[in-house]
Design a protein around this ligand. Structure first.
Ligand SMILES: *[C@@H]1O[C@H](CO)[C@@H](O)[C@H](O)[C@H]1NC(C)=O
Ligand SMILES: *[C@@H]1O[C@H](CO)[C@@H](O)[C@H](O)[C@H]1NC(C)=O
Ligand SMILES: *[C@@H]1O[C@H](CO)[C@@H](O)[C@H](O)[C@H]1NC(C)=O
Length: 472
């Protein structure tokens, strides 16, 4: 169905755009510059369909690997999301894009994203503000809150069951954590009401940019409107509660943002968009990572044992009802290495875009102003030059040796380095703590296939797992 609408509408776009291009843009190609090698695919729609469907076929990296092999292992041109684009590869490419932020390049989001989230929630100022509110001094107070949410989640979702669907549950828990820590809501019905439209956002974000009834983009735009309305109501209410002293200025991210100098000048809808952006950023990617952690722990008993040992040490050092704190999380070194290895092998984001803000030369090729520049995790994460035996799951590779600069980039880099990185780290570790402490895990489907729902890796059947509590 998705492919059908895509082909039909692209046919229309192709015909129209051929005419338009012919009429107006002929002169552009006369300019005598050496552009990066590569193809532009179809007019206007470019290679977007190949890019997106490589993901549906389970190999989103194939699009890039094929072209790296064919054209250049440094940079090649293409056309994506209706834009002229170049794909930068390898650590040199990552370094160039990450370290020239606001100098030669700036962060860019496809039109699909800005249609769903109209206010440009990710400008540098706002990323700075998010980073400020997600600093360790602030986050440390949330460790125990996350612990409570996770414990409750295991009680209601896992305990007493013999088999669970891991992906469904990790989504449930990351969403509950977000609602609790971003705006202090844990009422199940409210959380449920909001999680349903949230499910519709991700498929639209990096879809083929066609806004017609029934397309993923249109569904996501409508869901976004609903969520924004709900969140705006929350923001309004919170402002009143803060003024009346019924809410605390530090109780959650919403309060922190509203009491910030910066927040005072933001419209309510802008605050709502900011929170929504944070939730989008955190929800799908953290739940994907937690799911793959369950997957590898169930698959690799030696790794599971090591994580179990580490987590039991922490349990033994505490009174039975005492909640986890920042220091406990800091001790989970091996567990974090396991998470890092999962992030290397199945990064939740394949890559992001920058935009050239002036003409420049890279690797001997001219990059015109306005081009969209894409980098991807796979061009370094799975390269044997940087990671010995790249397909092997080996958490010890993170033991003492830090990966070479710009080769390990699951959170991106530069001034746009994911501001939620520390938040995600705590969330993932608290989850791992209770997971291994409570259950032994066995995969129901031994070789469950990894598929890509657009850009996000998923297990084909949602990762059914046999669970069995440890003997007391
Ligand atoms: C959840 O949605 C239903 C149906 O739209 C509505 O009746 C109900 O009041 C909502 N509950 C909450 C807590 O918002
Ligand atoms: C998933 O979350 C919803 C609230 O969003 C809750 O009502 C439901 O019980 C949860 N399911 C499980 C299995 O935890
Ligand atoms: C990208 O990943 C695939 C496997 O998923 C691998 O075969 C390929 O070599 C990787 N590309 C690079 C440049 O390392």
């Amino acid at each position: 169905m998705d492919i059908l609408y895509a082909s039909l509408s692209s046919l229309f776009v192709v015909v129209v755009s051929c005419l338009v291009r012919f009429a107006f843009f002929q002169s552009k190609s006369d300019v005598n510059v050496k552009l990066p090698p590569g193809g532009r695919g179809w007019p206007v729609i470019g290679e977007t369909i190949e890019f997106v469907t490589a993901g549906w076929k389970g190999h989103p990296e194939k699009f890039i690997v094929d072209r790296m092999t064919k054209f250049s292992r440094h940079v090649f041109r293409t056309s994506l999301m209706l834009e002229d684009a170049a794909v930068f590869c390898g650590p040199e490419g990552n370094k160039f894009l990450f370290s020239n932020e606001n100098n030669l390049v700036k962060y860019w989001l496809p039109a699909t994203v800005t249609k769903i989230l109209p206010s440009t929630y990710l400008n540098v100022e706002k990323v700075k503000m998010i980073r400020y509110h997600f600093k360790p001094e602030v986050l440390r107070q949330y460790v125990s809150v996350m612990d409570m949410v996770v414990q409750k989640h295991f009680e209601t979702g896992w305990e007493g069951k013999v088999q669970i669907l891991a992906h469904k549950l990790t989504k449930n828990f990351t969403f509950q954590v977000a609602c609790k820590i971003f705006f202090s809501i844990d009422e199940p019905e409210w959380v449920n009401n909001l999680s349903v439209p949230f499910e519709r956002l991700a498929p639209g974000l990096f879809s083929i940019p066609i806004n017609l009834p029934g397309t993923p983009l249109r569904r996501a735009i409508n869901a976004g409107k609903f969520i924004r309305k709900e969140l705006t109501t929350l923001v309004k209410q919170r402002k009143i509660d803060l003024a009346d002293g019924k809410a605390s200025p530090t109780q959650d991210i919403l309060s922190l943002v509203l009491c910030d100098e910066y927040g005072k000048f933001m419209a309510e809808s802008e605050v709502a968009d900011l929170i929504m952006g944070l939730m989008i950023g955190g929800y799908d990617s953290t739940s994907s990572t937690c799911t793959f952690i369950v997957n590898y722990l169930a698959e690799l008993p030696e790794i599971y044992e090591e994580v179990y040992k580490e987590q039991m040490e922490i349990t033994k050092s505490k009174a039975s009802t005492e909640l986890l704190n920042w220091e406990d999380v800091s001790k989970m070194k091996y567990s974090w290495n396991v998470a890092c290895e999962v992030l290397r092998l199945v990064p939740p984001t394949q890559g992001t875009f920058r935009e050239a803000i002036s003409d420049f030369t890279y690797n001997g090729y001219s990059i015109p102003k306005g081009w969209k520049l894409y980098w991807s995790t796979n061009s370094t994460h799975k390269n044997p030059e940087f990671f010995h035996e790249p397909q092997k799951f080996d958490p010890t590779r993170f033991n003492n040796n830090v990966p070479a600069p710009y080769t390990y980039v699951p959170f991106g880099g530069g001034s746009h380095l994911c501001p939620g990185k520390e938040f995600a780290r705590i969330e993932i570790l608290v989850f791992m703590h209770h997971l291994v402490r409570k259950f032994k895990l066995k995969k129901v489907i031994p070789n469950e296939q990894i598929v890509f729902d657009l850009i996000q890796p998923k297990l084909a059947k949602g990762l059914p797992i046999h669970i069995c509590p440890h003997k007391p």
